[in-house]
Design a binder for this molecule. Structure first.
Ligand code: NI
Length: 192
């Protein structure tokens, strides 16, 4: 069992595009996936991308939320070389956090629905659709693989808050997306 250190905002590893995985069965990739699962669970996050643990591979883990909330016991999906395709024009705006940017939340627009293709940890093809919070988590994590942070996508630099002020900013902006609406990749109670 190995917890990996999570890279924090300012480390260049978060700004570099990751490279595709050639062989999911590679021992290095398997160890990475195993450690990322432990690190994600320990951090109580919704998702984790390999660059956040200083790896330059296109690997991410994401929890799939149920109807209303995240199933905290669920095993995260392992997605290798994921590709997202927006489905339709609908966008939704909600507050997001990031394990690499502890203590802050920002208002970010995302596609409501996306198509996903990837391979899983066993090398099997994944092809499906995602919507709502799950689609948001996937977009957040795939952004990490491209060296993009949610700060790059804020509706405005003014729409950023410390966790302690989030309810105030949310009320000020008339954005309901706070209580009970965790967003990628840090959970509200994670303190990260
Ligand atoms: Ni993140």
């Amino acid at each position: 069992m190995t917890l990996r250190k999570i890279a924090l905002l300012g480390h260049p590893v978060l700004l570099e595009p990751a490279r595709p995985v050639a062989d999911p069965a590679d021992a290095e990739v398997r160890a990475l996936v195993r450690d990322m699962a432990e690190t994600l669970a320990d951090a109580r996050g919704l998702g984790l991308a390999a660059p956040q643990v200083y790896s330059g591979l296109r690997v991410l883990l994401a929890l799939e939320p149920g109807e209303d909330e995240v199933d905290r016991m669920a095993e995260p999906l392992v997605l290798i070389n994921p590709v997202l395709t927006p489905l339709g024009d609908r966008r939704e705006t909600a507050f997001e956090g990031c394990l690499s940017i502890p203590g802050l939340r920002g208002l970010v627009p995302r596609h409501h629905s996306v198509g996903l293709t990837a391979i899983d940890a066993e090398g099997r093809p994944v092809e499906r659709e995602a919507k709502g919070l799950f689609a948001r988590i996937l977009q957040h994590e795939v952004d990490h693989l491209d060296g993009v942070l949610y700060l790059d996508r804020l509706t405005s630099p003014r729409h950023l808050a410390f966790d302690s002020e989030l309810a105030r900013l949310s009320a000020h902006l008339d954005e309901p997306a706070v209580a009970g609406r965790p967003a990628a990749d840090a959970r509200p109670r994670s303190g990260s």
